[in-house]
Ligand binder design. Structure first.
Ligand code: UD1
Ligand code: UDP
Length: 387
Protein backbone atom coordinates (compact mmCIF):
# COMPACT_ATOMS: atom_id res chain seq x y z
CA UNK A 1 0.00 0.00 0.00
CA UNK A 2 1.44 3.38 -0.88
CA UNK A 3 1.84 6.10 1.71
CA UNK A 4 -0.68 8.90 2.21
CA UNK A 5 0.91 11.99 0.75
CA UNK A 6 0.10 14.91 3.03
CA UNK A 7 1.05 18.41 1.96
CA UNK A 8 1.05 21.04 4.68
CA UNK A 9 1.13 24.73 3.81
CA UNK A 10 1.56 27.83 5.92
CA UNK A 11 3.06 31.29 5.64
CA UNK A 12 2.82 33.25 8.88
CA UNK A 13 4.21 32.81 12.38
CA UNK A 14 1.01 31.56 14.04
CA UNK A 15 0.25 29.05 11.29
CA UNK A 16 3.78 27.68 11.58
CA UNK A 17 3.54 27.32 15.37
CA UNK A 18 0.24 25.48 15.08
CA UNK A 19 1.24 23.28 12.11
CA UNK A 20 4.66 22.34 13.52
CA UNK A 21 3.28 19.64 15.86
CA UNK A 22 1.49 18.03 12.89
CA UNK A 23 4.67 18.03 10.80
CA UNK A 24 6.65 16.54 13.67
CA UNK A 25 3.99 13.84 14.03
CA UNK A 26 3.98 13.16 10.26
CA UNK A 27 7.75 12.65 10.44
CA UNK A 28 7.32 10.19 13.31
CA UNK A 29 4.90 8.12 11.20
CA UNK A 30 6.95 7.82 8.03
CA UNK A 31 5.75 4.30 7.32
CA UNK A 32 2.19 5.66 6.83
CA UNK A 33 2.63 9.23 5.62
CA UNK A 34 4.78 11.07 3.12
CA UNK A 35 5.11 14.68 4.24
CA UNK A 36 5.58 17.62 1.86
CA UNK A 37 6.04 20.97 3.57
CA UNK A 38 5.28 24.15 1.64
CA UNK A 39 5.80 27.63 3.04
CA UNK A 40 4.57 30.74 1.29
CA UNK A 41 6.73 32.93 3.54
CA UNK A 42 3.95 35.50 3.77
CA UNK A 43 6.09 36.27 6.82
CA UNK A 44 9.85 35.88 6.39
CA UNK A 45 11.82 36.50 9.58
CA UNK A 46 8.92 35.66 11.91
CA UNK A 47 8.34 32.40 10.03
CA UNK A 48 11.99 31.43 9.96
CA UNK A 49 12.22 31.83 13.74
CA UNK A 50 9.53 29.16 14.13
CA UNK A 51 11.01 26.82 11.51
CA UNK A 52 14.37 27.04 13.25
CA UNK A 53 12.96 26.26 16.69
CA UNK A 54 11.00 23.20 15.50
CA UNK A 55 13.78 22.19 13.09
CA UNK A 56 11.44 22.12 10.10
CA UNK A 57 12.81 22.38 6.57
CA UNK A 58 10.41 23.35 3.82
CA UNK A 59 10.36 21.27 0.64
CA UNK A 60 9.09 24.35 -1.21
CA UNK A 61 9.34 27.98 -0.17
CA UNK A 62 7.45 30.54 -2.28
CA UNK A 63 9.27 33.40 -0.54
CA UNK A 64 6.53 35.94 -1.35
CA UNK A 65 6.87 38.52 1.46
CA UNK A 66 7.14 42.17 0.45
CA UNK A 67 7.31 45.23 2.68
CA UNK A 68 3.79 46.57 3.32
CA UNK A 69 2.34 43.83 1.14
CA UNK A 70 -1.26 44.03 -0.02
CA UNK A 71 -3.88 41.30 0.34
CA UNK A 72 -4.19 41.12 -3.45
CA UNK A 73 -0.48 40.58 -3.94
CA UNK A 74 -0.29 37.89 -1.25
CA UNK A 75 -3.30 36.11 -2.77
CA UNK A 76 -2.10 36.17 -6.37
CA UNK A 77 1.50 35.23 -5.52
CA UNK A 78 0.34 32.24 -3.49
CA UNK A 79 -2.08 31.02 -6.17
CA UNK A 80 0.49 31.40 -8.94
CA UNK A 81 3.26 29.78 -6.92
CA UNK A 82 1.25 26.83 -5.72
CA UNK A 83 -0.26 25.79 -9.01
CA UNK A 84 2.98 24.27 -10.29
CA UNK A 85 3.66 22.53 -6.98
CA UNK A 86 0.23 20.86 -6.95
CA UNK A 87 0.72 19.70 -10.53
CA UNK A 88 4.11 18.23 -9.70
CA UNK A 89 3.38 16.67 -6.29
CA UNK A 90 -0.28 15.62 -6.64
CA UNK A 91 -0.78 15.30 -2.86
CA UNK A 92 -3.58 13.12 -1.45
CA UNK A 93 -4.56 15.95 0.84
CA UNK A 94 -3.57 19.53 1.62
CA UNK A 95 -3.66 20.64 5.25
CA UNK A 96 -4.21 24.37 5.73
CA UNK A 97 -4.46 26.21 9.00
CA UNK A 98 -6.70 28.94 10.35
CA UNK A 99 -7.57 32.13 8.55
CA UNK A 100 -4.68 33.92 6.93
CA UNK A 101 -4.53 34.98 3.31
CA UNK A 102 -2.07 32.13 2.75
CA UNK A 103 -4.79 29.77 4.03
CA UNK A 104 -7.48 31.15 1.77
CA UNK A 105 -5.28 31.38 -1.35
CA UNK A 106 -3.83 27.89 -0.84
CA UNK A 107 -7.34 26.48 -0.45
CA UNK A 108 -8.65 27.99 -3.66
CA UNK A 109 -5.55 26.78 -5.49
CA UNK A 110 -6.04 23.26 -4.09
CA UNK A 111 -9.65 23.34 -5.23
CA UNK A 112 -8.67 24.37 -8.75
CA UNK A 113 -6.22 21.46 -8.76
CA UNK A 114 -8.79 19.03 -7.31
CA UNK A 115 -6.76 18.36 -4.22
CA UNK A 116 -8.84 17.54 -1.11
CA UNK A 117 -8.42 20.02 1.75
CA UNK A 118 -8.22 19.42 5.50
CA UNK A 119 -8.80 22.60 7.51
CA UNK A 120 -6.99 22.66 10.85
CA UNK A 121 -8.65 25.07 13.31
CA UNK A 122 -11.86 25.03 11.27
CA UNK A 123 -15.13 26.63 12.33
CA UNK A 124 -13.98 29.74 14.19
CA UNK A 125 -16.37 32.60 13.60
CA UNK A 126 -17.27 36.10 14.70
CA UNK A 127 -19.91 36.37 11.94
CA UNK A 128 -18.70 39.93 11.46
CA UNK A 129 -17.26 40.30 7.98
CA UNK A 130 -14.94 43.14 8.99
CA UNK A 131 -13.71 41.84 12.34
CA UNK A 132 -11.18 40.45 12.15
CA UNK A 133 -10.41 41.70 8.64
CA UNK A 134 -9.80 39.82 6.38
CA UNK A 135 -9.58 36.68 8.55
CA UNK A 136 -13.32 36.13 9.09
CA UNK A 137 -13.94 35.82 5.36
CA UNK A 138 -10.69 33.89 4.80
CA UNK A 139 -11.84 31.18 7.20
CA UNK A 140 -15.44 31.11 6.00
CA UNK A 141 -14.32 30.67 2.40
CA UNK A 142 -11.76 28.06 3.43
CA UNK A 143 -14.52 26.08 5.11
CA UNK A 144 -16.63 26.26 1.94
CA UNK A 145 -13.69 24.76 0.04
CA UNK A 146 -12.57 22.21 2.65
CA UNK A 147 -13.38 18.51 2.76
CA UNK A 148 -12.32 17.64 6.31
CA UNK A 149 -12.75 19.91 9.31
CA UNK A 150 -10.55 19.73 12.40
CA UNK A 151 -12.47 21.92 14.81
CA UNK A 152 -10.67 22.79 18.03
CA UNK A 153 -13.82 23.01 20.18
CA UNK A 154 -17.49 22.14 20.30
CA UNK A 155 -18.41 25.78 19.59
CA UNK A 156 -16.37 25.69 16.38
CA UNK A 157 -17.93 22.37 15.32
CA UNK A 158 -21.41 23.80 15.95
CA UNK A 159 -20.65 26.75 13.69
CA UNK A 160 -19.74 24.31 10.92
CA UNK A 161 -22.91 22.30 11.43
CA UNK A 162 -25.02 25.46 11.29
CA UNK A 163 -23.44 26.15 7.90
CA UNK A 164 -24.53 22.68 6.74
CA UNK A 165 -21.09 21.15 6.45
CA UNK A 166 -21.30 17.37 6.53
CA UNK A 167 -21.17 16.13 10.14
CA UNK A 168 -19.24 13.01 9.14
CA UNK A 169 -16.29 15.16 8.09
CA UNK A 170 -16.19 17.33 11.23
CA UNK A 171 -13.90 16.30 14.10
CA UNK A 172 -13.29 18.00 17.42
CA UNK A 173 -9.59 17.61 18.16
CA UNK A 174 -8.58 20.48 20.43
CA UNK A 175 -6.16 23.11 19.18
CA UNK A 176 -2.68 22.11 18.03
CA UNK A 177 -1.30 25.17 19.83
CA UNK A 178 -1.65 23.21 23.07
CA UNK A 179 0.51 20.49 21.47
CA UNK A 180 3.06 23.21 20.63
CA UNK A 181 3.20 24.34 24.26
CA UNK A 182 4.33 20.84 25.19
CA UNK A 183 7.49 21.46 23.16
CA UNK A 184 8.19 24.93 24.51
CA UNK A 185 7.16 25.46 28.12
CA UNK A 186 9.84 24.44 30.62
CA UNK A 187 9.84 24.61 34.42
CA UNK A 188 13.48 25.70 34.58
CA UNK A 189 13.27 28.24 31.75
CA UNK A 190 15.48 31.31 32.07
CA UNK A 191 15.74 34.44 29.94
CA UNK A 192 17.71 37.69 30.25
CA UNK A 193 14.47 39.68 29.94
CA UNK A 194 13.07 38.05 33.06
CA UNK A 195 16.37 38.51 34.92
CA UNK A 196 16.40 42.19 33.97
CA UNK A 197 12.90 42.89 35.24
CA UNK A 198 12.69 43.61 38.93
CA UNK A 199 11.41 40.55 40.77
CA UNK A 200 8.61 42.41 42.52
CA UNK A 201 7.16 44.10 39.47
CA UNK A 202 3.94 43.01 37.80
CA UNK A 203 4.83 42.04 34.26
CA UNK A 204 2.40 42.65 31.41
CA UNK A 205 3.04 41.01 28.05
CA UNK A 206 1.68 43.11 25.21
CA UNK A 207 1.16 42.31 21.52
CA UNK A 208 -0.84 44.11 18.86
CA UNK A 209 -0.92 43.67 15.10
CA UNK A 210 -4.42 43.28 13.61
CA UNK A 211 -5.04 45.14 10.34
CA UNK A 212 -8.30 46.66 11.61
CA UNK A 213 -6.43 48.05 14.63
CA UNK A 214 -3.72 49.85 12.62
CA UNK A 215 -3.85 53.66 12.88
CA UNK A 216 -6.00 55.42 15.49
CA UNK A 217 -7.06 52.32 17.53
CA UNK A 218 -3.42 51.31 17.90
CA UNK A 219 -2.37 54.85 18.80
CA UNK A 220 -5.11 54.97 21.48
CA UNK A 221 -4.04 51.65 22.98
CA UNK A 222 -0.35 52.60 23.02
CA UNK A 223 -1.19 55.87 24.80
CA UNK A 224 -3.35 53.98 27.32
CA UNK A 225 -0.49 51.60 28.06
CA UNK A 226 1.87 54.50 28.61
CA UNK A 227 -0.54 56.22 31.01
CA UNK A 228 -1.18 53.04 33.01
CA UNK A 229 2.56 52.35 33.32
CA UNK A 230 3.16 55.92 34.47
CA UNK A 231 0.55 55.70 37.18
CA UNK A 232 1.58 52.20 38.42
CA UNK A 233 5.22 52.25 39.52
CA UNK A 234 5.42 48.47 40.03
CA UNK A 235 4.42 47.61 36.45
CA UNK A 236 6.70 46.61 33.57
CA UNK A 237 5.51 45.99 30.03
CA UNK A 238 7.22 43.63 27.60
CA UNK A 239 6.20 44.37 24.03
CA UNK A 240 7.64 42.19 21.24
CA UNK A 241 6.80 44.44 18.33
CA UNK A 242 5.47 42.88 15.12
CA UNK A 243 7.74 43.57 12.13
CA UNK A 244 5.04 45.43 10.22
CA UNK A 245 6.80 48.79 9.55
CA UNK A 246 3.67 50.75 10.51
CA UNK A 247 3.61 49.11 13.94
CA UNK A 248 7.37 49.43 14.44
CA UNK A 249 7.20 53.17 13.74
CA UNK A 250 4.26 53.91 16.04
CA UNK A 251 5.59 51.74 18.87
CA UNK A 252 8.92 53.54 18.86
CA UNK A 253 7.20 56.93 18.67
CA UNK A 254 4.76 56.43 21.53
CA UNK A 255 6.37 53.80 23.76
CA UNK A 256 10.05 53.90 22.89
CA UNK A 257 11.24 56.13 25.72
CA UNK A 258 9.92 54.65 28.96
CA UNK A 259 12.29 52.65 31.15
CA UNK A 260 9.56 50.25 32.26
CA UNK A 261 8.26 49.57 28.73
CA UNK A 262 10.53 47.12 26.95
CA UNK A 263 10.14 47.14 23.17
CA UNK A 264 11.82 44.01 21.85
CA UNK A 265 12.07 42.16 18.55
CA UNK A 266 9.57 39.37 17.87
CA UNK A 267 10.58 36.62 20.27
CA UNK A 268 11.39 33.03 19.51
CA UNK A 269 8.34 30.97 20.31
CA UNK A 270 10.03 29.23 23.25
CA UNK A 271 10.82 32.62 24.80
CA UNK A 272 7.36 34.00 24.16
CA UNK A 273 5.55 31.02 25.66
CA UNK A 274 7.72 30.86 28.75
CA UNK A 275 7.65 34.61 29.36
CA UNK A 276 3.87 34.59 28.83
CA UNK A 277 3.53 31.90 31.48
CA UNK A 278 5.32 34.17 33.98
CA UNK A 279 3.39 37.38 33.32
CA UNK A 280 0.67 38.84 35.51
CA UNK A 281 -1.58 39.29 32.50
CA UNK A 282 -1.45 39.71 28.73
CA UNK A 283 -2.82 42.58 26.68
CA UNK A 284 -3.29 41.50 23.09
CA UNK A 285 -5.34 41.48 19.90
CA UNK A 286 -3.78 38.17 18.84
CA UNK A 287 -5.82 35.08 18.10
CA UNK A 288 -3.33 32.40 19.08
CA UNK A 289 -2.30 34.15 22.26
CA UNK A 290 -5.89 33.88 23.53
CA UNK A 291 -5.67 30.08 23.33
CA UNK A 292 -2.15 29.82 24.72
CA UNK A 293 -3.01 32.02 27.67
CA UNK A 294 -5.99 29.79 28.42
CA UNK A 295 -3.68 26.78 28.56
CA UNK A 296 -1.09 28.68 30.62
CA UNK A 297 -3.77 30.13 32.93
CA UNK A 298 -2.72 33.73 32.37
CA UNK A 299 -5.57 36.27 31.90
CA UNK A 300 -5.85 38.17 28.63
CA UNK A 301 -7.41 41.57 28.08
CA UNK A 302 -8.40 41.23 24.43
CA UNK A 303 -8.03 44.42 22.39
CA UNK A 304 -10.96 43.63 20.15
CA UNK A 305 -14.74 44.09 20.08
CA UNK A 306 -15.35 40.50 18.94
CA UNK A 307 -13.63 37.17 19.32
CA UNK A 308 -13.89 33.86 17.52
CA UNK A 309 -12.71 32.26 20.77
CA UNK A 310 -15.92 32.51 22.87
CA UNK A 311 -14.89 29.49 24.98
CA UNK A 312 -12.16 31.56 26.62
CA UNK A 313 -14.59 34.39 27.36
CA UNK A 314 -17.09 31.90 28.84
CA UNK A 315 -14.37 30.29 30.96
CA UNK A 316 -13.46 33.74 32.29
CA UNK A 317 -9.78 33.90 31.28
CA UNK A 318 -10.40 36.28 28.37
CA UNK A 319 -12.03 39.68 28.66
CA UNK A 320 -12.97 41.65 25.55
CA UNK A 321 -12.10 45.29 26.12
CA UNK A 322 -11.94 46.80 22.60
CA UNK A 323 -9.50 49.60 21.84
CA UNK A 324 -11.14 52.74 23.32
CA UNK A 325 -8.74 54.58 25.58
CA UNK A 326 -11.02 54.81 28.61
CA UNK A 327 -11.96 51.11 28.40
CA UNK A 328 -8.38 49.91 28.00
CA UNK A 329 -7.12 51.99 30.91
CA UNK A 330 -9.97 50.97 33.18
CA UNK A 331 -9.62 47.27 32.40
CA UNK A 332 -5.85 47.35 32.96
CA UNK A 333 -6.14 49.29 36.24
CA UNK A 334 -8.85 46.95 37.49
CA UNK A 335 -6.88 43.80 36.79
CA UNK A 336 -3.70 45.28 38.27
CA UNK A 337 -5.35 46.36 41.48
CA UNK A 338 -8.13 43.86 42.15
CA UNK A 339 -6.29 40.76 43.37
CA UNK A 340 -9.46 38.69 43.75
CA UNK A 341 -10.57 39.43 40.21
CA UNK A 342 -7.14 38.45 38.92
CA UNK A 343 -7.17 35.20 40.90
CA UNK A 344 -10.63 34.34 39.57
CA UNK A 345 -9.58 34.93 35.97
CA UNK A 346 -6.56 32.62 36.36
CA UNK A 347 -8.41 29.80 37.98
CA UNK A 348 -10.25 28.27 35.01
CA UNK A 349 -10.31 25.16 32.84
CA UNK A 350 -8.56 25.27 29.47
CA UNK A 351 -11.17 24.70 26.73
CA UNK A 352 -8.64 24.27 23.90
CA UNK A 353 -7.69 20.64 24.24
CA UNK A 354 -5.25 18.28 25.90
CA UNK A 355 -2.23 18.55 23.60
CA UNK A 356 -3.07 15.53 21.42
CA UNK A 357 -4.73 17.36 18.51
CA UNK A 358 -2.01 16.63 15.96
CA UNK A 359 -1.98 12.91 16.73
CA UNK A 360 -5.77 12.82 16.52
CA UNK A 361 -5.71 14.56 13.14
CA UNK A 362 -3.30 11.98 11.70
CA UNK A 363 -5.32 9.08 13.09
CA UNK A 364 -8.43 10.50 11.45
CA UNK A 365 -6.63 10.95 8.13
CA UNK A 366 -5.30 7.42 8.26
CA UNK A 367 -8.76 6.01 8.96
CA UNK A 368 -10.47 8.13 6.31
CA UNK A 369 -7.97 7.36 3.61
CA UNK A 370 -7.71 3.67 4.36
CA UNK A 371 -11.48 3.16 4.65
CA UNK A 372 -12.26 4.93 1.41
CA UNK A 373 -9.28 3.29 -0.31
CA UNK A 374 -8.30 6.65 -1.63
CA UNK A 375 -4.69 5.57 -1.61
CA UNK A 376 -5.47 2.93 -4.15
CA UNK A 377 -4.39 4.82 -7.30
CA UNK A 378 -7.44 3.90 -9.33
CA UNK A 379 -9.97 4.83 -6.64
CA UNK A 380 -8.10 8.02 -5.98
CA UNK A 381 -8.16 9.00 -9.63
CA UNK A 382 -11.91 8.32 -9.69
CA UNK A 383 -12.36 10.52 -6.65
CA UNK A 384 -10.38 13.28 -8.30
CA UNK A 385 -12.50 13.07 -11.45
CA UNK A 386 -15.81 13.02 -9.58
CA UNK A 387 -14.66 15.85 -7.36
C1 UD1 B 1 -0.81 38.17 9.04
C2 UD1 B 1 -2.20 37.58 8.86
C3 UD1 B 1 -2.96 37.62 10.18
C4 UD1 B 1 -2.15 36.99 11.30
C5 UD1 B 1 -0.77 37.63 11.35
C6 UD1 B 1 0.07 36.91 12.36
C7 UD1 B 1 -3.33 37.94 6.74
C8 UD1 B 1 -4.10 38.87 5.89
N1 UD1 B 1 -2.95 38.39 7.92
O1 UD1 B 1 -1.00 39.53 9.35
O2 UD1 B 1 -4.17 36.90 10.04
O3 UD1 B 1 -2.83 37.25 12.49
O4 UD1 B 1 -0.15 37.49 10.08
O5 UD1 B 1 1.15 37.68 12.76
O6 UD1 B 1 -3.07 36.84 6.34
N2 UD1 B 1 6.77 41.66 8.12
C9 UD1 B 1 8.15 41.53 8.08
N3 UD1 B 1 8.70 40.34 8.48
C10 UD1 B 1 7.95 39.29 8.91
C11 UD1 B 1 6.55 39.44 8.97
C12 UD1 B 1 5.98 40.63 8.55
O7 UD1 B 1 8.85 42.44 7.70
O8 UD1 B 1 8.51 38.26 9.27
C13 UD1 B 1 6.16 42.95 7.67
C14 UD1 B 1 6.16 43.10 6.13
O9 UD1 B 1 6.42 44.43 5.82
C15 UD1 B 1 4.72 42.74 5.77
C16 UD1 B 1 3.96 43.28 6.99
O10 UD1 B 1 4.80 43.00 8.09
O11 UD1 B 1 4.33 43.33 4.56
C17 UD1 B 1 2.58 42.71 7.20
O12 UD1 B 1 2.59 41.29 7.12
P1 UD1 B 1 1.25 40.53 6.63
O13 UD1 B 1 1.50 39.07 6.63
O14 UD1 B 1 0.73 41.13 5.38
O15 UD1 B 1 0.19 40.92 7.73
P2 UD1 B 1 0.15 40.61 9.27
O16 UD1 B 1 -0.43 41.81 9.93
O17 UD1 B 1 1.43 40.07 9.73
N1 UDP C 1 4.55 34.76 19.26
C1 UDP C 1 5.91 34.54 19.21
N2 UDP C 1 6.76 35.59 19.42
C2 UDP C 1 6.30 36.83 19.67
C3 UDP C 1 4.91 37.05 19.72
C4 UDP C 1 4.05 35.99 19.50
O1 UDP C 1 6.36 33.42 18.99
O2 UDP C 1 7.12 37.74 19.87
C5 UDP C 1 3.64 33.64 19.00
C6 UDP C 1 2.59 33.38 20.04
O3 UDP C 1 3.07 32.48 21.00
C7 UDP C 1 1.44 32.79 19.24
C8 UDP C 1 1.61 33.40 17.87
O4 UDP C 1 2.90 33.96 17.83
O5 UDP C 1 1.61 31.38 19.10
C9 UDP C 1 0.57 34.46 17.66
O6 UDP C 1 0.86 35.12 16.51
P1 UDP C 1 0.19 36.48 16.14
O7 UDP C 1 -0.32 37.16 17.35
O8 UDP C 1 1.16 37.21 15.29
O9 UDP C 1 -0.99 36.02 15.17
P2 UDP C 1 -2.51 35.52 15.41
O10 UDP C 1 -2.49 34.39 16.36
O11 UDP C 1 -3.27 36.70 15.90
O12 UDP C 1 -2.95 35.13 14.07
Amino acid sequence: MRKIKVMTIFGTRPEAIKMAPIIIELNKQKEIFESIVVTTAQHRQMLDQVLAFFDIKADYDLNIMKENQTLTKITTDVINGLDLIFKKEKPDILLVHGDTTTTFAASISAFYNKVPIGHVEAGLRTFNKLSPFPEEINRQVTDVLADYYFAPTMDAAENLLKENHDAKNIYITGNTVVDALNYTVKEDYQHPILDKLTQTSKKILFTMHRRENLGQPMQDVFESVLEVVESNKNVEVIFPVHLNPKIQKLAKQVLGFHDRIHLVDPMDVIDFHNIASKCYFILSDSGGVQEEASALKVPVLVLRETTERPEGVKSGILKLIGTKKSNVKQAMEELLNDVEKHKKMCNVENPYGDGTASRQILTILQEKYTQTEIINEEAYEKLRLSY
